[in-house]
Design a protein around this ligand. Structure first.
Ligand SMILES: C[S@@+](CC[C@H](N)C(=O)[O-])C[C@H]1O[C@@H](n2cnc3c(N)ncnc32)[C@H](O)[C@@H]1O
Length: 212
């Protein structure tokens, strides 16, 4: 691993098993399209990173059916500007014609951005939505019950602290991120989540932890 990825030894399956990981997913999609009589291939990929998965998938389509490849539409939504750039570069290098024909589109924004909602090229027809290694990149919060340990009354969890990330500058003027804790209450999503949590039945076999 160290030799293969000297800069970054943390890699995803898409990178590690390329091109076969992408081939497998593309093959599954083709299968689905044939079974359901879908003619046009449309894909929205959330958080493509460098675009490795899409590159493998597009290669698969090219070898499987040139028509399918030439007529496909592939939309990327990537929150990181550096990764969106890398993805765009890879697509230009490897799938130039699709890129030039606007069949490949790269939006540098979050999948939750309102900006996407108003897009006039919104896809109403069948489309595959791909998001690899993405959900675990979207935690909203960290909650703590108390400083001592478990504090649990029946099914009511007494979460007391929520974490927020503070942006500050160190003496050298470099921006740093720091996790700090504050009492639960200021964040409506956390409050709503806790209300829901309290109303949930708990299976007997679930072991309760004091932290999440
Ligand atoms: C762990 S990487 C996975 C990259 C790629 N899918 C793969 O499997 O190799 C997670 C990717 O999701 C992107 N991401 C995280 N939150 C996002 C959001 N809200 N909208 C769009 N992309 C997001 C990150 O910038 C990153 O490129």
């Amino acid at each position: 691993m160290e030799r293969l990825y000297p800069e970054n030894q943390w890699v995803t399956p898409s990178e590690l098993f390329k091109p076969f990981y992408g081939y497998t997913i593309a093959s599954f999609m083709v299968n689905q399209m044939e079974n359901r009589g879908i003619r046009n291939l449309r894909v929205v990929e959330i958080g493509p990173g460098t675009g490795t998965l899409a590159d493998s998938m597009l290669d698969f389509y090219k070898n499987y059916s040139l028509d399918l490849y030439r007529n496909c539409e592939y939309v990327f939504v990537e929150i990181s500007s550096q990764l969106a750039e890398k993805c765009e570069k890879l697509m230009k290098e490897r799938h130039r014609k699709l890129y030039d024909e606007n069949r490949i589109k790269i939006y540098n924004c979050s999948i939750f951005d309102d900006f996407l909602m108003g897009k006039k090229d919104k896809i109403d027809e069948h489309c595959f939505v791909v998001g690899m290694e993405i959900l675990d990149n979207m935690p909203h919060d960290r909650l703590i019950i108390d400083n001592q340990g478990t504090k649990e009354t029946n099914q009511n969890f007494d979460y007391q602290l929520q974490s927020i990330i503070e942006l500050s500058q160190n003496p050298q003027g470099i921006e740093t991120l720091k996790e700090v804790f504050e009492p639960v209450g200021s964040d409506p999503l956390i409050v709503e989540f806790l209300e829901l949590l309290k109303s949930m039945p708990l299976p007997d076999h679930v072991t309760l932890n004091n932290k999440m």
